[in-house]
Each structure stands twice: as C-alpha cells, then as structure tokens.
Design a binder for this molecule. Structure first.
Ligand code: FES
Length: 104
C-alpha cells in the first residue's frame, strides 16, 4: 500500500475536518478524540462537501440537507442519504498523518 503524507497532527483540533485533494481525489480528513479518519469529501446524496459539515461524536453532518455519516465506517446514519461514504485508511507516525493512496 502506498502512503502519502497529507497533514501534521497539529493542523486539526478535535472535531475539526479538513478538505484535501490527494492523487486527484477529494478527501475529508477528520480528527475525533485525538484519532484521525478520512472519507471521500463529497456527500453521497448530492454535491456538498463533508469538510464544510459539522463534526461531533464521531459523526459528520452534511451542511446541505443534514444527513449524518459515521466517520469510522462511512455508514449513512439517516435520511436523506442512503449510500455510505467511501472511507480511506489513515496512519499516524508522530506528528505526520498519512493517507493510503486513494488512486490505489
Ligand atoms: S447533499 Fe448531503 S444530505 Fe443532501
């Protein structure tokens, strides 16, 4: 697996989310309770950026129609979204945050 350094741990506080483009893919990077997670940055319901949503208790709320997703699994938790978000593996080494290359 190819790992790409995408951020420093200090770039995000708990319950913050950052939008990034990695290998041409739009990625949302989340920090929750000191851990990092990543999903696709586009809502599965329509054209909204998850990085502009509201993150709390490990769930991201879409800014457009308020669907909620589990950031660990990508699971769609409520309407209007019915399709899960694609998740991406994240690894932390010291202060460096790495993402599994979404291009494969
Ligand atoms: S665009 Fe996200 S819930 Fe509609």
């Amino acid at each position: 697996m190819n790992w790409i350094r995408i951020a420093s741990a200090g770039d995000l506080q708990d319950d913050e989310v950052l939008g990034l483009t990695v290998s041409g893919h739009r990625i949302a990077l989340y920090r929750s309770a000191g851990e990092f997670f990543a999903t696709d940055n586009r809502c599965t319901h329509a054209e909204a950026l998850m990085s502009e949503g509201f993150l709390e208790d490990g769930c991201i709320e879409c800014p457009l129609h308020q669907a909620r997703f589990d950031i660990r699994t990508g699971r769609a938790l409520c309407a209007p979204a019915t399709q899960d978000l694609r998740t991406h593996a994240v690894r932390r080494e010291g202060d460096d945050i790495y993402l599994a290359d979404p291009a494969g």
